[in-house]
Design a protein around this ligand. Structure first.
Ligand code: GRG
Length: 623
């Protein structure tokens, strides 16, 4: 751009240099940061979806960003499935809301701003001391609704102007206490409190102002620059009380014009054409990206940015504790896995046996392949589904042992030099390394046969039709449409594979056994068609999710933790989720699949919590 043209643009109509005065402090406060982090932490720890009652803070962009990560925002507790992880908003919630959440057995964390929580306790104390409370605030704002809900109805009167104080139907000798909305205008509140004190002789108030430090500092910073500005821009959401107060404060303090904008998209040339000095501030709930966007837009119009001095904020709140989200399920999860491992090993020891006359070498190889290692994930699935549907644990343990035999066989064969050629598995030498290839192949064969023998044994289920059904399902799960077919797709992809082909391969190679596990649970315990369909959808998503996480771990995991060599696929030029969708794409897909698992389980309510925990484990596992 020619220098003279640039000079034209960078000056206002009057020809003076154009400046943006940046108010300090501006943007996010400690309470907003803490509330957003609570939702993010809950999603990271427990997986999506995490339900949030009402906007966590009043900002559309913040809400949409959290939605993309897996938060679901609802207006009412009744819209949240029983047992779901739920975050209550920073504005604070009425006691009735928390009671309802408890009735619905939601796993709740309260992201209420500690400064709002302080008002809740003050109000409860004033009420206990027999004082009527006059609450300075805007009726209908969620903070006021939450504060009203801390004490019985009728204990608080809400006022927003001195005239409303005058109009209160209370005797002048009533014992009064007042409280103020944290985001109220500092100057308006001073006037209203003056009117309260004038009208009621017996009046008590908070020891320190209820208006929060962030509101106070942001309003003061706007007052400091407003009279020098042709226009004042406040970045914030229209639903945000503190944003609206900043806009009014700017006008009241002498800014010729004052606009509330969400981001740069709300700006027009007309707004700033005549302006030489623009003031810029942002609400406590406005994200930094929106403020930066506005700065870039103004810079492009020839404005230069000037930071103005202001109060430095050092307030940090302790993060919201997620401890209340821990359920008995979470706590006992590791214990349940350990117990299952022990019991499955006992069934396998019995099934493999030590019968004289049989090859001790073969039995030893079978034991090494199938026992004393592995997470027992597939067996746990059978046990958990059977338990949820009220079936027998003894029978589920037998079906669990059968599936672990098949799984062990597939690992033994997968590790052979003709397939993946691995030396380590479950932290020890692979079977063909420990023995030889022939023994490994035969141990695999014998384990496969043992799986069917175990399923067909009357001890697995009293009804022969159920046993035959199990045998049929397992046959299908490991054949051309299952493990063997999936492994072929993996070994012989026939060119660059699409995302669809990848999913098809994953659901055969890995998912088919997961579907069998869940189906076995439903067959042993018995269940309705709709339940069976939902659980199958859960299993399909879980299987692909499990394999996806395996691919992610192959790229990012620790060999010592995984107990096997990693980063082999890339080294051998083998296609997997990494080559098809990249690490970030795979991580996003894993989150999506976890959400699908949760959705499939939602109608089962809290009874499905252990299954959901299993899915979360699949998505977060490091081995
Ligand atoms: C069963 C007839 C038949 C053929 C098998 C070799 C083969 C054909 C298929 C390979 C299937 C395979 C190894 C898929 C990978 C599945 C996977 C992610 C294994 C890791 O499972 P984990 O993490 O292992 O549950 P642990 O050691 O914990 O049991």
């Amino acid at each position: 751009m020619p220098a003279d043209q640039h000079d034209e643009i960078s000056k206002g109509l009057a020809g003076a240099p154009r400046t943006v005065l940046l108010a300090n402090p501006r943007g996010f406060c400690a309470g907003v940061r803490r509330a957003i982090a609570a939702v993010e932490d809950a999603i990271a720890t427990y997986g999506p979806p995490v339900y949030v009652r009402r906007a966590i803070v009043h900002n559309r962009q913040v809400v949409e960003r959290l939605e993309r990560r897996g938060a679901i925002f609802v207006q009412d507790i009744s819209a949240i499935p029983e047992g779901a992880v739920t975050v209550l908003s920073a504005h604070g919630s009425a006691q009735g809301v928390k009671d309802e959440a408890q009735r619905r057995r939601l796993r709740v964390v309260d992201a209420v701003c500690p400064l709002v929580a302080k008002i809740h306790s003050e109000v409860a104390l004033w009420h206990r001391l027999g004082r009527h409370i006059v609450l300075v605030g805007h009726l209908g704002h969620p903070e006021i609704t939450g504060t009203l809900g801390q004490v019985p109805a009728g204990s608080i009167s809400v006022v927003a102007t001195p005239q409303e104080v005058e109009a209160l139907l209370l005797e002048k000798d009533t014992a009064i206490a007042y409280a103020i909305q944290t985001t109220f205008s500092v100057s308006d509140a001073a006037e209203i409190v003056g009117a309260i004190k004038l009208r009621f002789a017996d009046c008590q108030g908070p020891r320190s102002s209820d208006i929060c430090y962030a509101t106070t500092n942001r309003q003061a910073a706007v007052v400091q620059i407003a009279s020098r500005c042709d226009i004042m821009l406040i970045v914030g959401d229209r639903t945000s009380s503190n944003a609206r107060r900043l806009t009014e404060t700017a006008r009241g303090a002498g800014a010729k014009q004052s606009y509330l904008i969400e981001d740069a998209a709300d700006l027009t040339g007309q707004m700033i054409d005549a302006a030489t000095v623009v003031g810029l501030s942002a609400a406590a709930s406005a994200p930094e990206e929106a403020i930066t966007q506005v700065c870039r837009w103004l810079e492009a119009k020839g404005f230069s940015l000037v930071e103005t001095p202001g109060v430095e904020e050092h307030i940090r709140f302790k993060p919201v504790s997620l401890a209340s989200l821990e359920t008995d399920v979470t706590k006992s999860f590791a214990g349940a896995f350990a117990a299952a491992r022990k019991q499955i090993d006992a069934v396998l020891e019995d099934a493999i046996g030590r019968t004289p006359g049989r090859s001790p070498r073969l039995a030893e190889a079978m034991r090494l392949a199938a026992m004393g290692g592995g997470k027992r994930f597939r067996a746990m699935l059978i046990l958990t589904v059977t338990q949820m549907l009220g079936g027998s644990r003894e029978q589920a343990l037998r079906a669990g042992a059968a599936i672990e035999c098949v799984h062990a066989q597939s690992l033994v064969h997968d590790d052979l030099p003709c397939m993946d050629d691995d030396d380590f598995r479950r932290g020890r030498p692979t079977l063909h390394r420990r023995f030889d290839e022939a023994t490994a192949v035969l141990a695999g064969d014998a384990l496969l046969a043992l799986a069917f023998e175990t399923l067909a044994d009357p001890r697995t289920h009293e009804d022969g039709a159920v046993r035959a059904g199990l045998v049929l399902s397992l046959s299908r799960a490991i054949g051309q449409d299952g493990l063997a077919g999936g492994q072929m797709m993996d070994l012989y992809p026939g060119g660059t594979i699409s995302r669809k082909q990848l999913t098809e391969c994953q659901s055969r190679k890995t998912g088919a056994l997961f579907r069998f596990a869940v189906e076995a649970g439903t067959a042993l315990a018995g269940c309705g068609e709709e339940e069976r369909r939902r659980l199958d959808s859960f299993a399909q998503n879980l299987g692909v999710l499990f394999q996806l996480q395996d691919d992610i771990l192959d790229e990012t995991g620790e060999p010592a933790v995984a107990g096997k060599a990693l980063r082999k696929d890339a080294a051998r030029g083998r296609q997997n989720a990494m080559s098809v969708m990249g690490l970030e794409g795979a991580a996003c897909e894993a989150e999506r699949l976890l959400t699908q698992c949760a959705e499939a389980l939602a109608p089962f309510g809290p009874a499905a919590a252990p299954l959901l925990e299993i899915a979360r484990f699949a998505a977060r596992r490091d081995h």
